[in-house]
Structure formats: structure tokens, C-alpha cells
Design a protein around this ligand. Structure first.
Ligand code: NAD
Ligand code: MG
Length: 384
């Protein structure tokens, strides 16, 4: 039986992962489940799955977690260090924390070896090289759960990367795909999180609206696949049916298609290199009728250009972009800034801060903290 740990078990990806695991109780044994705040949801998941450990990041909630799991065999722990410790040691670990807060837990999982499934894309953006190096050292297997990267992984011929001409990263365009800049200026958090195709956590939903999500995914793809980053192209595909494509030198394009349900890519990583059943209805191509494609608009969505620039520049730039974006998204969700200010704050933070390339995890965390402080100052200057 494979041991499983889910980091961020109470989130959207965490719930999809647990749904698959709970359907095949004889196949998986849950080692640890973690969450930051939601004691009730974490305790319920730990009870249902018979997890060995339940870990809450916010230590002030540990007494409530202990109370909620009284009389069970689930061991409890709380606090940041406990969460990082719990990340190491399972055969298969789902990294589904949101943001760079997942970086240290991801590193702990990767250093311990085993299979580490990355939904949590921000650590790959901020510290991709360090994560890949740690995986080489420990022998850990990294698998992408992000639907686009999982699609590319399924189509990519790793034995002949030089035969790949191009990667086509598809994106729905988000809820504001057709909106003018003037309309986006007054967009509300409710409008931004109402994604047309996917049901996701608040942060990634806002990222989809600004298209920072596609920008982060561009960097994520450049980390995960051995191709020249200039050969990764973004194409808007509003139906989210083709999850991405790999083009070969002979003109063949291989694509992975599927319903827009994260249980499809997660099931791929849970069973890999085998396959397992996922509880999703088959894709009805005839009902679908057509697939549309369009070029992305970098004028209305500056996030795309910013992400391309930081990917080219490398060093600390991607970590700064990510940190500033996290601060700006939280401020937008808290109604402290307008929607267009998200990209403006990211651009200004990048202008104001240009430290040397971080060489280790501590240096990445320091860049992340400093970029957050700068972006936070800029948030304070905004009047909504
Ligand atoms: P979510 O907000 O629904 O869940 C986040 C989880 O992380 C929760 O369990 C929460 O308790 C935990 N968490 C939050 N802050 C934390 C902190 N500071 N320390 C430790 N744990 C913390 O998010 P989500 O939509 O499930 O996304 C998770 C990650 O997966 C993100 O990086 C996102 O970009 C990526 N992703 C999500 C989807 C999706 O469909 N939701 C698709 C692709 C990639
Ligand atoms: Mg994605």
C-alpha cells in the first residue's frame, strides 16, 4: 500500500485528491494531512481517511484540532515547523498549499525522496532550480498536477527533447477574457473569482482573471520541461478542453484533452505510470462541437509580458514577481486595491528591487520577504 500525504488538504486541489484516494481505500494509506486554519474540515478528512497525522499550520488552533480528534487514532501537531516536518516521508505527496508558503514543505518532501506532485506552482516559480536540484540529489520523482503541465508531461518525449519544436500552453483567458481595461478597472473580487470553466481557490481564481496564472505557468513549464523558454507559446482556448500541446519537428502536435476537472490530472499522477479510473463523465466531443483558439492580449493583460520578462532575466526576478503578486491579490480580495493595481504593483516592485540571484533556500525566502514588504508599502498608498 502506498503512503500518501496531502499538504493543503482542505483546499480545492486537496479535496479533489482526497476524493480520489477515498474511492480506493485498499490502495492508499494516508500518512499526513495538513491545513492552515480550517480545523473542522481537516479533522473530518483525517477521520474519514484514518490519517496517521493531522497538522494545522496555525498553532493557535491546535487545541481545537486535538479536541476535534479526541478518541481517534489520529496524532495531531501544530505550527509551521510541525507542518514542514509532516511534509517529509510519504511515498506520494500532493503539494497543494497555495503560494510560496508551500516552498519549505515542498522542499522537505523533495529532499525526503518519493513522488512529489506539484499543484502548488508558486514554489516552482520562486525556487524552481533549487527544487529540481534537490530532486536530483534525493532521487525524488516530480510530477505536475497543474492541468496544462500534466498535459505536456503526458505528450512530451523526454528521451528526445531536441525533437520538440514548441510547447503550446493553453489558457481559458479567465473571466475577463472579453473585458475592456476600463471595465476591469472596477472589477470586484466576486467577478474575478467567478471562473467560467474551473472551480478553484480564491488566489488562483484571481490569477486567472489577471492572467498571472498563465504567466506563472509559463515559468513553471520552463522549469519542468527541457525546452528553450522562447519555444513555449501561450494560446487562448476558451473551452479548456485541450489542456496543452507539444509540437514535434515533423509537424505533429500531440495534445491531451479532457473535462475541466482537476481529478483527471491528479488521477494521472496518483496512478502513474499506471492509470486509474476517475469519477468524471466522458468528454462529449459532439456536444462540444468546436474548439476555439486566439492570441493572448498582452495590452489588456500585462501579467503575460511581466512573466515573460522575469523568465528571461532569471535570478531573483521570478520570486519577486510571485511575492508581489501574492500581496497584491490578497489586497484585492480584501478590497484594499483595484483590480488593475495588481499588475501595477507587481511591475513597480520589480522596478524597485533587483537583488542578486539567490543561491539557496534561505536567500529565496529573504527575497520573497523583502518583495512582500515593498509590495505591501505600495498597497498602503492605494485609495480604493
Ligand atoms: P485553496 O486556497 O483552495 O487551498 C489552499 C490550501 O493551502 C488549504 O488547505 C490551506 O489550508 C492551505 N494553506 C493556505 N495558506 C497556507 C500557509 N500559509 N501554510 C500552509 N498551508 C496553507 O487553493 P487551491 O485552489 O487548492 O490551490 C492550491 C495550489 O494548487 C495553488 O498553488 C494553485 O495555484 C495550484 N493549482 C490549483 C488548481 C485548482 O484547480 N484549484 C489547479 C492548478 C493548480
Ligand atoms: Mg493550470
Amino acid at each position: 500500500m502506498r503512503t500518501i500525504t496531502v499538504l493543503g488538504a482542505t483546499g480545492s486541489v486537496g479535496a479533489s485528491t482526497l476524493d480520489l484516494i477515498e474511492r480506493e481505500p485498499g490502495r492508499f494509506r494516508v500518512r499526513a494531512l495538513t491545513a492552515q486554519q480550517d480545523v473542522a474540515k481537516l479533522a473530518a478528512a483525517a477521520r474519514r481517511t484514518g490519517a496517521a497525522w493531522a497538522v494545522i499550520g496555525d498553532e493557535t488552533r491546535l487545541p481545537a484540532l486535538r479536541e476535534a480528534l479526541r478518541g481517534t487514532n489520529v496524532d495531531v501537531a501544530g505550527g509551521r515547523e510541525a507542518l514542514i516536518d509532516a511534509a517529509a516521508g510519504a511515498d506520494w505527496t500532493m503539494a497543494a498549499i497555495v503560494g510560496c508558503a508551500g516552498l519549505e514543505p515542498v522542499m522537505a518532501a523533495v529532499r525526503a525522496g518519493g513522488t512529489v506532485v506539484l499543484a502548488n506552482k508558486e514554489p516552482l516559480v520562486s525556487a524552481g532550480e533549487l527544487i529540481l536540484a534537490a530532486a536530483r540529489d534525493s532521487g525524488a520523482t516530480l510530477l505536475p498536477a497543474d492541468s496544462e503541465h500534466n498535459a505536456i508531461f503526458q505528450c512530451f518525449d523526454f528521451a528526445r527533447p531536441e525533437r520538440v519544436r514548441r510547447i503550446v500552453l493553453t489558457g481559458s483567458g479567465g473571466p475577463f477574457r472579453e473585458w475592456s481595461t476600463e471595465r476591469m478597472r472596477v472589477a470586484t473580487p466576486e467577478q474575478a473569482v467567478a471562473h467560467p470553466n474551473w472551480s478553484m481557490g480564491a488566489k488562483i481564481s484571481v490569477d486567472s482573471a489577471t492572467m498571472f496564472n498563465k504567466g506563472l505557468e509559463l515559468i513553471e513549464a520552463a522549469r519542468l520541461f527541457p525546452v528553450d523558454p522562447e519555444r513555449i507559446e501561450i494560446v487562448i482556448h476558451r473551452q479548456s478542453v485541450i489542456h496543452s500541446l507539444v509540437e514535434y519537428v515533423d509537424g505533429s502536435l500531440l495534445a491531451q484533452l479532457g473535462p475541466s476537472d482537476m481529478r483527471v490530472p491528479i488521477a494521472h499522477t496518483l496512478a502513474w505510470p499506471d492509470r486509474m479510473a476517475a469519477p468524471v463523465p466522458p468528454l462529449d466531443l459532439v456536444a462540444l462541437g468546436r474548439l476555439d483558439f486566439a492570441a493572448p492580449d498582452e495590452g489588456r493583460f500585462p501579467a503575460l509580458r511581466l512573466a515573460r520578462d522575469v523568465l528571461r532575466a532569471g535570478g531573483a526576478r521570478p520570486a519577486i514577481l510571485n511575492a508581489a503578486n501574492e500581496v497584491a491579490v490578497a489586497a484585492f480580495l480584501g478590497r484594499r486595491i483595484g483590480f488593475l493595481e495588481i499588475a501595477a504593483i507587481v511591475a513597480e516592485t520589480l522596478d524597485r528591487f533587483d537583488p542578486p540571484a539567490p543561491g539557496d533556500l534561505a536567500a529565496v525566502l529573504a527575497v520573497d520577504a523583502e518583495a512582500r514588504a515593498l509590495a505591501g508599502e505600495r498597497v498602503k498608498d492605494c485609495v480604493v
